[in-house]
Design a protein around this ligand. Sequence first.
Ligand SMILES: NC(=O)C1=CN([C@@H]2O[C@H](COP(=O)(O)OP(=O)(O)OC[C@H]3O[C@@H](n4cnc5c(N)ncnc54)[C@H](OP(=O)(O)O)[C@@H]3O)[C@@H](O)[C@H]2O)C=CC1
Ligand SMILES: O=C1CO[C@H](CO)[C@@H](O)[C@@H]1O
Length: 437
Amino acid sequence: MSTPTPANPALLTRRTALKHGLAGILATGFAPLLLPSRLFGASAPSNRINVGIVGNGLIATSHVGALLGRDDCQITALCDVWRTKAEKMQKRIQQGYAENAGTAGFKGVDLHATHEELVARPDLDVVFVTTPDHWHAAVSIAAMQAGKDVYCEKPMTLTVREGRTMVNIARRTGRVLQTGTQQRSESAFRRAATIVRNGWIGDITLIRTRLGNFPAATELAEEPIPADFNYDRWLGPTPWRPYNAQRVLGNYGGGWRVFLEYGSRKNGDWGAHHFDIIQWALGMDASGPVEFIPAGFEGSPYQTHRYANGVTVQRVDGNQPAMIEFIGTKGTVGVGRDDYLVCNPIALATRPVRADEAHLYESNDHHTDFFNCVRTRQRPIADVEIGHRSATVGHLCGIARQLRRPLRWDPATEEIIGDPLASRLLDRPRRAPYSLL
Ligand SMILES: NC(=O)C1=CN([C@@H]2O[C@H](COP(=O)(O)OP(=O)(O)OC[C@H]3O[C@@H](n4cnc5c(N)ncnc54)[C@H](OP(=O)(O)O)[C@@H]3O)[C@@H](O)[C@H]2O)C=CC1
Ligand SMILES: O=C1CO[C@H](CO)[C@@H](O)[C@@H]1O
């Protein structure tokens, strides 16, 4: 890294050590002949951001693919509860670096059985938290408290209360946290949010988003726990359940995603992405809706939430081509992944943004934005407060659904209004010894 943060003594220690090592080499008189020029350049090993990854499943595989192609960082540590999986990832990374001539000086990837051990490493700068949702908060907090910046997968939390705790810790420790809601770094979503924010389609009358559905969670027969798998730690703070391979499986259509213990089903899985874009478009990044109504309540087929100004969001699974459709008094915008953007009027897709109009934060690559912010100490595009507020929308939809009744929410105090039972669901009990802090 080129801009050490004084808040990270680990970086300074590592760099100081390297400096002394170099001084020793230089004293021999051979250094100019022996040292490749890239050792001194922007991508010198000492300048690269050292990355540790906790959780080595589906999304970690994508991150690793992208990180291997960057010369501003290097992956140096992995942690997983399943040793076999960690070893497989280790092999892939070692091979990737071996084939990549730009990463001379790479020292290998170490494996750790626990995230506590990984975050304690003085040489690490950032930690990617790519576990299922029920571990996001505890691992991110441990990393921030150990002086590391964090890239935390979405939804940032399992409960509303975890989110405020994470924001407080990030602010107190001065750490950078990027939430893995990478749609914010895609131009079609930025353009849709820009159109809505600037009132180009008039007043918003309705927003419809499709999240899809998971199959119901079912009882699973007990199976033997694999020998090299720390199942107790996989469950972590969640209630004890008999082991079954399906329960812990990373699978986009099922596996752990169908169980409310480990996530928020589709309200977390896709809601974390689409509710996040809606919050951005409406300028609600530090706030949120005020009312949550479950599907089926008083005959409404759609799960619904509403903002204080009356803007209503409906979850209309599977009924529209766009992932999110904004309907206004003067037009519509439909947006989705792979650059899907359908505007009416069509000219809105390319209309220039005037100097006096809202220009939204521009990031075209979520990793690049994160690593830039690690260097500059600025808040990234999906900062911890934003990640918390967007995850909160999904959690409150889930609580209303679970209780089968509407909820009123005060986004300023972050309290459910007049419903003590629902309020108890803003956090969850944690199984000992897995505490949050
Ligand atoms: N931004 C995006 O577009 C996407 C984000 N995600 C998010 O990423 C997260 C992970 O999802 P996915 O990769 O599909 O899940 P996987 O189950 O495939 O991967 C999770 C990994 O974490 C490991 N793990 C579980 N608990 C711990 C722990 N305490 N310490 C270390 N490792 C642990 C698992 O071990 P084991 O192998 O033993 O189960 C597994 O290797 C989720 O929160 C998900 O919402 C996922 C996909 C896309
Ligand atoms: O974030 C996500 C987006 O894509 C996946 C589905 O294709 C989800 O399951 C995942 O968690």
